[in-house]
Design a binder for this molecule. Structure first.
Ligand SMILES: CC(C)(COP(=O)(O)OP(=O)(O)OC[C@H]1O[C@@H](n2cnc3c(N)ncnc32)[C@H](O)[C@@H]1OP(=O)(O)O)[C@@H](O)C(=O)NCCC(=O)NCCS
Length: 165
């Protein structure tokens, strides 16, 4: 059985490993996510996050199996530039060995309900045109996210999605 719970310290390392496995090409700021999450109340970490425009790493939730493996993750955070109106989705993914069993749907529904609780107007995310992220595009579309912006990068296109909450 899979259950979803708050990401607490004992699972942070496993969560980081899952994200590193699914998203090997992360930027420097993205690589700092779980370190920053763990130490988010420290002023130095808050200062570093502010350099990247991040206002807060609000919450992460993990899907855990019976053997205490982290098999999926999702999270929400805010950017300084739009923190009054939007909350952003972070690191939504499922371990490749556990896909196709409904975990992704449970996590996205969970994220949307938490985003609604935040009282913001928009739930935003970014993803990419990478074929490895195609399943996620379908899912985002199904749950009402629209692509509102595209940014051409050297090897892929960065897609910005938005759901009106
Ligand atoms: C997107 C992702 C989280 C889905 O997780 P999952 O646990 O396999 O999802 P589910 O089992 O809940 O299936 C959700 C839907 O996706 C469909 N799906 C699953 N794998 C698919 C694939 N490879 N291609 C197309 N659709 C797929 C399922 O059929 C289902 O649709 P349905 O309701 O019409 O049957 C997972 O594929 C993943 O981690 N992808 C890589 C990470 C990623 O791209 N994250 C988001 C980008 S920022």
């Amino acid at each position: 059985m899979i259950h979803i719970e708050n990401l607490e310290t004992p699972f942070i390392k496993k969560a980081g490993k899952l994200v590193a496995k699914v998203f090997p090409f992360r930027s420097l700021s993205e690589r700092l996510t779980f370190f920053a999450f763990k130490h988010q109340h420290h002023w130095i970490v808050q200062w570093i996050m502010s350099l990247f425009g991040v206002a807060s790493l609000s919450h992460f939730w993990v899907a855990i199996d019976d053997d205490n493996n982290v098999v999926g993750i999702t999270g929400i955070y805010t950017y300084e530039k739009d923190k009054d109106e939007a909350i952003w989705m972070a690191w939504f993914c499922v371990d490749p060995g556990h896909r196709g069993k409904g975990i992704g749907k449970r996590l996205i529904e969970y994220s949307i309900s938490k985003a609604r609780e935040s009282g913001k107007k928009y739930f935003r995310l970014y993803t990419s045109s990478d074929p490895n992220e195609a399943a996620a595009q379908n899912l985002y579309e199904k749950y009402g996210f629209n692509i509102v912006k595209k940014k051409k990068k050297m090897f892929y296109t960065k897609l910005y999605g938005e759901l009106v909450l």
